[in-house]
Design a binder for this molecule. Structure first.
Ligand code: PGA
Length: 255
């Protein structure tokens, strides 16, 4: 598996943080720090910050994403936002299947699959999250869990679709806990996901797939994590809210 065959992507996941003025200030601070980055840089922000982020990132190397989307193009789904609405705004990326959506908002592998389909159909790039819970890791079923999540999420996706999908491996026990997976653990599961993709499609598709790690990645551990052969950047929560920290991670991944 050759790392040079694919792109590293560092994506920030702001979660439910930042008002519009705060968003504008953070992007203003971040943009000069990631200019000419050696990897792709994305910030996924709350819906209310999308227009502000699109405006503030114009002419910079930062791309904008949302944190979720619904699978229907429109309809009676109070409180939801469709992929088409995001695409129409000029948004390029969307996170689908984040563990917090699975844990608190009833997201299932099937709805992850539907949202992924809708996002791709609307022309968005998808950051598709998978990851095991602590008790699943302890029970030794990480590969089964992550493999199943990946297979169901990708059901019906063509090889062409894969070009617009990034997989983010995020062990749930490492998210927001300060408890990072070791570089070896991250690489092991990322490699496993790549073999799942290879079995579903082929080696070329697996080689070309960007597979990120996420879960307490920060300025101090990004070098080691992103240097792993199967870790193609990261999905960053807490550390994406501080310009200097996020920029340091971007720098590490761009080496
Ligand atoms: P964290 O979040 O970096 O704060 O652990 C990662 C994520 O939830 O995507």
């Amino acid at each position: 598996m050759n790392k040079a065959l694919r792109k590293a992507v560092i994506a920030g996941n702001w979660k439910m943080n930042k008002t519009r003025p705060e968003a504008k200030a953070l992007i203003g601070e971040l943009a000069p720090l990631v200019k000419g980055a050696g990897c792709d840089v994305v910030i996924c922000v709350p819906y209310t910050n999308l227009e502000t982020a699109l405006e503030a990132t114009r002419g910079t190397d930062i791309k904008v994403g949302a944190e979720n989307c619904h699978w229907a193009p429109s309809g009676a789904f109070t409180g939801e936002i469709s992929a088409e609405m995001l695409a129409e705004l000029g948004v390029e990326y969307v996170i689908v299947g984040h563990s917090e959506r699975r844990q608190y908002f009833g997201e299932t592998d099937e709805t992850v699959n539907k949202r992924t389909r809708a996002a791709l159909d609307a022309g968005l790039k998808v950051i598709l999250c998978v990851g095991e819970l602590l008790h699943q890791r302890e029970a030794g079923i990480t590969e089964e869990v992550v493999g199943l999540q990946t297979k169901i999420a990708l059901a019906g996706m063509t090889k062409e679709d894969l070009k617009n999908i990034i997989i983010a491996y995020e062990p749930v026990w490492a998210i927001g806990t300060g408890k990072t997976a070791t570089a070896a653990q991250a690489n092991e599961v990322n490699h496993y996901i790549r073999t799942v993709v290879q079995k579903l499609y082929d080696k070329a598709a697996a080689d070309a797939m960007t597979i990120q790690y996420g879960g307490s990645m920060n300025a101090a551990n990004a070098d080691e994590l992103t240097a792993q052969p199967d870790v193609d950047g990261g999905l960053i929560g807490g550390a994406s809210l501080k310009a200097a920290d996020f920029a340091a991670i971007v720098k590490a991944a761009g080496r």
